[in-house]
Ligand binder design. Structure first.
Ligand code: GLU
Length: 324
């Protein structure tokens, strides 16, 4: 044990002794104060529209262009404007283990999404450090692309037909699935057990839409508790204010890593292929991103990133499909 650790242990022992000396009576019970995270809302009203499949397989993206070498971007292109600025601006989260979070030892952002974003900076600017991260919630992903605050979003963003009508989305770099996370001691085995029960999901996500459309075995919907940040669901679970939380398995595995009393459980509720998003008009950037992802897939970089962050390369797709 370090010297600081020994001192802390000593302090705890001293405090315990002092507490024991000062009063023989049991301390008065104190009702714990449990404020919910800011922005927590119970989502009511009509169920959300189901997952839109009108575009066919949403994973099919625009045919890539072979990416030019860094520093040789076509004049007038979106990539040339990024090079002129000197940095790529990428929207990410900062508290989602193991996708995008601060390494407590270094204070640096790290994780699967962060590493993929750095590879895009390397492809455009020749330097993985030339990226400015803009921290955003899940619900801010599309608005920040539409108003030009970010060049790319690399943030557990599921490729859907509905989103492809609003922004550009690359071929998948990771295939997640929506699941549930519950305390290990919970009897819940799946969504069927959660009719009328409080279940947390992040606002502005595919996860909350799927939850709104789900029913327990008793025919009742769950009580849908929406929160701004993924990590807010972890807090509500730890506080015992919800029976379960639901979003992508990649994110829920992070909850269980942060709190081993939790466990990912039940069948997949939906497929969640992650794509890199760009502003709607930036088709040159989208083709460039697809070409860069092809290279990262072919040379094993994507598999290596997945192994070092989520622990396995199994969810990295082997091939991509393109049209147009
Ligand atoms: N993949 C889901 C989505 O794109 C959930 C993301 C999240 O919880 O951050 O909406």
């Amino acid at each position: 044990m370090s010297r600081a650790g020994r001192r802390a242990t000593l302090l705890v022992v001293l405090l315990a002794l002092l507490a024991g000396c000062s009063s023989a009576a049991a301390p008065a019970p104190v009702e714990p104060v449990r404020p919910v995270p800011a922005g927590t809302t119970v989502v009511t009203g009509p169920p959300a529209a189901g997952r839109d499949t009108s575009c066919g397989d949403p994973r099919v993206s625009l045919t890539p262009t072979p990416p030019p070498a860094p520093g040789a971007m076509p004049p007038g292109s979106t990539m040339a404007a990024i090079v002129a600025r000197g940095a790529l601006i990428v929207g990410v989260d900062q508290s989602t283990v193991p996708l995008s979070y601060r390494d407590p030892r270094t204070g640096e952002l790290t994780g699967l999404d962060v590493d993929v974003a750095r590879e895009m900076a390397r492809a455009i600017l020749g330097d993985p450090q030339r990226v400015r991260f803009r921290i955003e919630s899940s619900a801010q992903r599309i608005p920040n692309l539409l108003d030009g605050s970010v060049d790319l979003v690399v943030q557990a963003m599921t490729i859907t037909c509905d989103r492809k009508r609003q922004v550009g989305l690359s071929a998948p770099y990771y295939e997640a699935a929506q699941r549930l996370v519950v305390p290990r001691t919970s009897p819940v085995t799946g969504i069927a057990d959660l009719g009328g029960r409080p279940v947390c999901a992040p606002l502005g996500t595919t996860s909350i839409a799927t939850l709104q459309n789900s029913r327990g075995a008793d025919g009742r919907p769950p009580v849908v508790v929406g929160v701004p940040e993924n990590s807010d669901c972890l807090v509500l679970l730890q506080q015992g204010q919800v029976d379960a939380a639901t979003t992508d398995d990649a994110i829920l595995t992070g909850f269980a890593l942060e709190d081993p009393r939790l466990e990912v459980r039940g069948a997949a509720l939906d497929a969640e292929p992650y794509g890199i998003a760009v502003a709607p008009g930036a088709t040159d950037l989208l083709r460039f991103v697809n070409g860069s992802l092809d290279r990262l897939r072919a040379d094993g970089t994507l598999a290596r990133i997945a192994t070092s962050t989520v622990g396995s390369p199994a969810a990295v797709p082997a091939v991509a499909a393109y049209a147009g």
